[in-house]
Design a protein around this ligand. Sequence first.
Ligand code: C2E
Ligand code: MG
Ligand code: MG
Length: 578
Amino acid sequence: MPDPHLDALVAALSNAGSGETPLDTLRQILDAMPVLVCLMDRDRRHIYGNRPYLDFTGIPLEALVGKTIGDLMGEETFRSMQGQAERALRGEPVQSEGWMPGRNGLRYMVRMHAPHHGPDGAVAGYFVLLQDMTERREIQDDLFRLAYYDPVTGLANRLLLLKHMSDYHTMGEPFTLVIVDADRFGDIRTSMGQGFANELLSDLAQRLQQSGSFDLLARVSDHAFALLIAGECDPVAIERRIETIAGIVRSARTGSGAAVFLSASIGVAPSGADHARSEDVLRDAEIAAGRARAQGGAQHAWFDPDMHTRVVEQVRLEYDLRRALERGQELWVAYQPVVELVTGGLAGFEALVRWNHPERGNIPPGVFIPIAESTGLIVSLGKWVLAEACRQVAEWQGKREPGSSPLFMSVNLSTRQLIEPDFVEVVREVLQDSGVEPGWIKLEITESAVMEKAEQSIQLLRQLRELGIKLSIDDFGTGYSSLSYLHKLPIDSLKIDQSFVSAMHQSEENRAIVRIILDLARLLGFDVIAEGIETSADANLLRALACDYGQGYHFARPVPPAEAEGFVRGVLPWRDGR
Ligand code: C2E
Ligand code: MG
Ligand code: MG
């Protein structure tokens, strides 16, 4: 039967080859191949080997011919190929990969092709191809390292941990997972640099590794490690290990010996029958670590199923809040009057965001603001509230009784908004777009947020104030103000936290605190707003203490804009109605 491929090959070897005969050309090609080729007879004695094959065996062709693999490489190698040879003899296609000791100590991959059919169709012999696979093997090893190991610490990564967990799970072996999540690691990286942070992590990894009290140590996220401890969970033993781990974390330092105060939020979850998938144990341990973090860090928490429910709930709310922000229908702003205590007149409002959830009704800000903060949604939420409040106060100024002084509008800010690099720009833009007089707007920042980063806050507050707006410290008295900073803060007002106001009547001591805050404010030139005034007795006492402004249910609750407009127009139930 004519074979066009064969014809083409013969023609090519005859015409294009540089050798004297077609066979000579074929030999040159075989010798130039990066593959080791040899032909053997049916007794597996060599008939031919190409140049790379001769180089590999180190034997000239004359010496090679007639020798078996056993003669060249030992009986063991010969026997190891017996099975393949037999299959080939039976006419089965054999193409397998194996290892063979090479002359230079490297290991070669052997690929055996057989059988070689003679002209009568019988098995006439074999041809064997050997390929140097060292490089491929190295690449495979590199890929494995990249896929399963963390380049910074050299530890197993999350994927390898999951593989191990899945193996334990399949074998029905119980295990416990301990997550060690470094607290405030983002801050450390920001202030000390990536290099320092990496060194700290590597040191921690190394010393955890040396403590040896686990079956696998892995780096599972940016700043968290996981320890897999095999066997039935023994809570007492685990607690002891956690103590050791916490000690190691506390004494973390860099390779050059620089130390920082480091602590960790540690979460523990034992595998159990209710874990359908092994990765659920990792999820539970991470939830527990999250709980330890939420409680202030530097502590540990064991997973309990309630935590899972709560996390699912949070994720749900986060999703709904995102949607609400996009659609812009469920969120609205309530306004609570701020009253001038001496006259009882309306001085301004505080804008308080409200969420009317389509299924759950009103969700208090105390629930959704922290979610918005932790997810960063507060940035767009806060901008929206500010824009809405600016628009509203601009509209209301024109509806005031003639001759009355302009209203101010207080808007709450969260720390998360303050750290946005373009925050001041955003405020400037919102002010411009709404056409509001900057002096009408007062931004409230909680005492703890300001004091946390006092130096940076002062800078930022200055820039805000240069826009012409007013600033106020919210929930004053609940944080730890440093007096040395307080007098440097470019602010206009203090808001005494409602906990002091409600406690005023309980003891002379509580009254003294309020009095001291008032004296301090006067000394520093701030005006004072008392929050949470619920009774006329509160109002009277504060008036007697010469507190400037008051806010609370005694005057009015936070109300929808239409109702607040009544106050703007001069209908003041707390003054006229009672
Ligand atoms: P805050 O800024 O200290 O606001 C005062 C809170 O006290 C409001 O709670 C208000 O309704 C409540 N309140 C007013 N008068 C009284 C009273 O006489 N008695 C009692 N017991 N409570 C009174 P609300 O609206 O639930 O807000 C809670 C917190 O949520 C606010 O505390 C503020 O920190 C935050 N928040 C509200 N809206 C926003 C916002 O738009 N952005 C940000 N970042 N935070 C907001
Ligand atoms: Mg406030
Ligand atoms: Mg407050």
